[in-house]
Design a binder for this molecule. Sequence first.
Ligand SMILES: NC(=O)c1ccc[n+]([C@@H]2O[C@H](COP(=O)([O-])OP(=O)(O)OC[C@H]3O[C@@H](n4cnc5c(N)ncnc54)[C@H](O)[C@@H]3O)[C@@H](O)[C@H]2O)c1
Length: 315
Amino acid sequence: MSKKIVITGGAGFIGSALARALVARGDEVSVLDNFSSGKRENLQDVTGALAVVEGDILDAALLDRVFTGADLVFHQAAIPSVPRSLAAPLASHNANATGTLNVLEAARRCQVRRVVYAGSSSAYGEPPSLPVVESMAPMPLSPYAVSKLAGEHYCRVYARVFGVQAVILRYFNVFGPRQDPNAQYAAVIPRFITAALDDRPATVYGDGEQSRDFCFIDNVVQANLRAADADGASGKVFNIACGTGTSLNRVLALLGEALGCPITARHEPARAGDVRHSLADISQAKTVLGYTAPVDFSTGLARTLAWFREHRSTR
Ligand SMILES: NC(=O)c1ccc[n+]([C@@H]2O[C@H](COP(=O)([O-])OP(=O)(O)OC[C@H]3O[C@@H](n4cnc5c(N)ncnc54)[C@H](O)[C@@H]3O)[C@@H](O)[C@H]2O)c1
């Protein structure tokens, strides 16, 4: 018999992809989301196949209700944005740090077997060398990064002190279908794709030579599924990425090639709190979790472009 699985932030971009994967393999899934950035339409193809609870991870009584009987919690809920954390640091801290502490406390009370935590590569800041490895000292550069790192530390401590198994996945720049291109601080790939499809210039902060280890959503789903059961993973941190860096100018060039016409860039000043380069060593996730990063960047970009082309009139 399948066991109950809870996804906090399950109406968001990553949480909803995870929900679809779990429903597809027949699991009993409950989504808890306050819909601050998540959307019901992200779950429309699995409506009826899972439970959706509207509420906040800061509500301890609600967490107890949702976590009762759960074997596993994928904790994705957060305010996931560097610029939003610069505009409202306390809100980020409350959702991301205090919210994670609340989730762990409820997991402890409800005897949840394992929590898989959505950490962030922003923990590294500007590292002394690349690629980054999990043993490097974190050096967060924004309130967002601090709040996500605080969540990691709480996970590690709960695993050590309270015996709540907790696995920390440090996602690098995740992209794919359903990522919101219209949010005030939308991620770069959905912004570039929708600008290109609408025949508008793409806004680039800085010179465009900054690079990211972009990671297609299916890879992140695989990492979560493996993290749910892997032996020797609790209390540990894992980079989840592809292990290849791509500059923003290169992303624009690839999109231009795929669409058959170059995309115009409109440059604006580089943003505070952004790092110049980001690149992951993913060998620990490969060894311990059995993570394979199954979809490379260019395949993921092509799939994402195809999805936005198909759905742009309905989003
Ligand atoms: N997308 C990325 O590239 C990336 C990179 C690193 C880490 N992450 C982390 O992955 C997780 C998911 O990010 P995403 O890209 O899917 O973002 P998203 O905004 O699509 O999803 C976050 C979800 O959490 C919900 N939420 C926020 N605050 C909540 C609260 N207090 N109570 C209940 N629900 C709440 C939102 O409504 C939303 O559905 C986040 O924890 C984020 O920090 C994402």
